[in-house]
Design a protein. Sequence first.
Length: 261
Amino acid sequence: MLAFGETPARSRDPRHVRTLVERDGAAILTGWGTSPDHAVEAAHAVFGDDVLQAPLPSEVRAGGDRDRRLPSIDHTTPLLPHTDGFAYGDRYPDYFLLSCAHASPEGGESYLVDGEAVVDHLAGRPGGRDVVQRLQDVAIDQTEPGMQRSVTPVIRRTAAGRLMLRRFPYQRPADDSADPVCDAAMIDAWRDAIATAGNAAPRFKLQAGDVVVVDNYRMMHGREAYADLDRLMWRVWVWTTASYGVPGGPLHSDSRYASAT
């Protein structure tokens, strides 16, 4: 588990990277190309015939993507631990890749939080087992405004039994909640446990040619602030045969097609 003490293992072999991801929740593919096409190729090299969708990559950069379809990110503040693809509601991608094209010499370190370890830690605290049970039983509103609707528990499973954990910024009690105060406290406990793990997680820096491959159902991720405005990552969202399902309509590795309308 990578929640509190380890950085992802590294390998030049895509097949071995998949083994590591299935064991640890994340791994780094090294010695790879740095173009957007290379980023998509990495997804197919790692997951092979299990890829259902690995759409065009998204530019992750301080100035936003070049065609300005998405807002600029704030590179001056840390990015808190979160699950990717929340605009797609319950059908968020089950894996994602970040391929480093240009690293910031100063700052920009990444980190990962193992959601399974957070659940175990939370369950071991006084009253924590009740919180974990509620996280599995109580539907909350996890919908990003204007995006695909999700009113489901924080912790759930696919039809095949694969565990799905998520931390979205829009998690809140459902409108028809029987106990919104208790639900809000549950959400706060989950958020705080992930934040605590994120503060303790070791930092690591991707260099050009590194591709971190992350189980997006299990791991939350974040990064530190950075200074170099030319820092560039290619992000690829991946839906595999083990996912909850692929969203309908066109896809991209960002939220440009995720609108509910």
